[in-house]
Unconditional design. Sequence first.
Length: 281
Amino acid sequence: MKIGRLFKAGAVIATMGLSACGTSYTVPSISAGSEAAAKTMFAQERAVTKRRTTSSNAAAARFDRVVSRVKPVAMAFCQQEAAKSGAKPCDLPVLVDTKMPVANAYHTRDGQNRPFVAFTVPMLMQIENDDELAFILGHEYGHHIADHLKKGEQQALAGAILMGALTATSQAYASQGNPYRYTGGDSAEMQRNMALGAAVGQKAYSQSYELESDVLATYITKQAGYDPVKGAKFFARPAAAKTSNGNLSFWGTHPPDAKRLATVIETANAADAGQGLIRKK
Ligand SMILES: [Zn+2]
């Protein structure tokens, strides 16, 4: 009786949390033409065996050049979103992370909870043209515009609550002497399972958030005068997800995927045909 109520409460809260965390913008369905084009481009990009690396001087010049063109466009998209969904900072610092020794770009918050975007030096040296940097900056800004950090935290919380409720249920069963249930329930088990639930909750939407950021990046990149399809080819590159010391690189959190390139092609074609970014509500 009590167990059923507990489970239901957890499931309802978790469902509410997760369903509140869908995407804010329409991610287009992919036509056969875009899928075929993406597969070809993806294969071509993967077949390149020798990559160029940019010198650190050239990378720094590129960074200044591209950020100065792309950031104002990304800010304008951010301000449009803020007008609809509530105030948020839109003038984010775009920084070079000189410490992390792996190719990475990310959107996160600092110790004072202020959001920013950063590129590591190896990332800037692996980027081969301005379109790639423009697209990746648009993508990271897209995570900010579509509130993915906040949504990820809400999902983590919902997942933790659900797992906590399930753990409590199983522990309550155990305390009632059900012989088929694990009987070692304790607060450590509760904590472990809630952490697991948080991780599962956070992962649940990560793929749709990546695609949503790619859609935003396509519009931002185009409006800034760069080519999003050329830029998104960066995602086709194979690279180790982790460094030897276990740090997750850009490819660990953004797995290479022809579907992402297809989404960019589809969105760029729609934009060329006059279709603007579609906000769901
Ligand atoms: Zn991303």
